[in-house]
Design a binder for this molecule. Structure first.
Ligand SMILES: NC(=O)NCCC[C@H](N)C(=O)O
Length: 298
C-alpha cells in the first residue's frame, strides 16, 4: 500500500522504527566528453549557453571522481553521448534501490525536459549489464520523475524524501512507495532556483540534514524538523550561487562539497563531518554540482 506523507500530522513512525538499508559502496559517474550548456531548462543555465570551458570541466570532474575514490567508494564509469550535454548529471535518470534480500533494482526516470529524455535508455542499459532489475513508471499516469535529483534516501534507512513541483510529480511517489514498499516523505519545492530536491536538501547522516529553508513550504519544514535532530541551514548565497546543499555525504562522515561554502563548511566541521572541497564551477553553469554528478550504488 502506498505510504506517502505530505504533512507532519500524517507521521505515524519515527526514524528509529524504520528497517535499515546498507550504505552505498559504489558510485556511477558519466565522463563529460560532450558536456556543455546548449539550452536553458533551469534558471542557472540562463546566459550560460556556450560558456562552458570543456577542458576545465573535465579537470573538475576528474577531481570529483578522485575524491569519491579517496573516501573509499568504488567508482564505475560510463561515457556520455554526443547531443546529450546533461548526461553527466547521472543522479537524474534513475532511482536505484537494494531490497532486503540484497537484490538490486533501478527505477528509470521520466525526464521532464525533452532535451534529456534520450539519456535514460543508456543508463538503463548500464543497469541491465550490471545485475540490476529495471523498473518503469506508468507514463500514462505520471508526467515526470527525475530520479535522485528529487528522490533522496534517508541515510541507512528504508525511507525516501521526495521533492516535487518542478521536475517530478507528486503522483510518482505513490507508485515508488508501492514498488519499493517504503514510506516517502513528500516535500513541495517553491523556488525555481531550487528546482530539484538535491539543490536544497542534503541528508548527511541518520540524524542530520543540510537545507536551504526558503525552498520549502512551512509544512515541508515541519516534516524536516520533526524527522531530523539537527538541521543545518545554508545562506542564500552559499545555496544558490555555490550549490552548498548539492553536497554529497555517502557514508555519514565525509562531505564532498563545492569549494567556498565557508559558513556551511564551518557548521559541518563543528558537527563532526570531514569536509572535502572541490571546484565544480563549470557544472554550476548548468545548475548542478557534486550530488548530481554521480549515482550511488551498491
Ligand atoms: N540537480 C540535479 O540533480 N541535476 C542537475 C541537472 C542540470 C541540468 N542542466 C538540468 O537542468 O537538468
Amino acid at each position: 500500500m502506498a505510504h506517502v506523507i505530505a504533512s507532519a500530522d500524517q507521521l505515524d513512525f519515527s526514524i528509529t522504527d524504520l528497517p535499515s538499508m546498507p550504505l552505498p559502496t559504489e558510485v556511477l559517474m558519466v565522463r563529460p566528453l560532450h558536456y556543455t550548456v546548449d539550452y536553458v531548462i533551469n534558471p542557472h543555465m540562463a546566459n550560460q549557453v556556450g560558456n562552458v570551458d570543456t577542458i576545465e570541466a573535465q579537470n573538475e570532474w576528474d577531481l570529483v571522481r578522485a575524491l569519491f575514490d579517496q573516501i573509499g567508494l568504488n567508482v564505475r564509469l560510463l561515457e556520455d553521448h554526443d547531443g546529450l550535454p546533461d548526461m553527466v548529471f547521472c543522479a537524474n535518470q534513475s532511482l536505484p534501490y537494494i531490497d532486503q534480500e540484497g537484490n538490486r533494482h533501478a527505477l528509470m526516470s521520466i525526464m521532464h525536459a525533452d532535451q534529456r529524455k534520450r539519456e535514460v535508455p543508456y543508463i538503463e542499459q548500464w543497469y541491465r549489464q550490471n545485475g540490476y532489475e529495471a523498473h518503469f513508471l506508468d507514463e500514462t499516469k505520471i508526467d515526470d520523475f527525475e530520479g535522485c535529483g528529487d528522490a533522496i534516501w534517508h541515510t541507512g534507512k528504508r525511507m525516501l524524501w521526495g521533492g516535487y513541483g518542478y521536475r517530478s510529480s507528486l503522483t510518482a511517489y505513490e507508485s515508488i512507495s508501492e514498488l519499493f514498499d517504503i514510506p516517502v516523505i513528500a516535500l513541495e519545492l517553491v523556488d525555481e532556483a531550487f528546482y530539484h530536491l538535491d539543490t536544497c536538501f542534503c541528508v548527511l547522516d541518520e540524524k542530520t540534514v543540510l537545507i536551504y529553508p526558503d525552498a520549502f513550504t512551512d509544512e515541508g519544514l515541519k516534516l524536516i524538523n520533526t524527522l531530523f535532530d539537527k538541521v543545518i541551514e545554508a545562506s542564500q548565497y552559499e545555496a544558490e550561487e555555490l550549490f552548498a546543499c548539492n553536497a554529497c555525504c555517502p557514508d555519514g562522515r565525509n562531505v564532498i562539497i563545492q569549494q567556498g561554502c565557508t559558513d556551511v563548511n564551518k557548521n559541518l566541521r563543528d558537527a563532526g563531518f570531514s569536509v572535502h572541497e572541490v571546484s565544480t564551477y563549470e557544472f554550476l553553469k548548468s545548475g548542478g554540482s557534486v550530488f548530481c554528478m554521480k549515482q550511488m550504488l551498491w
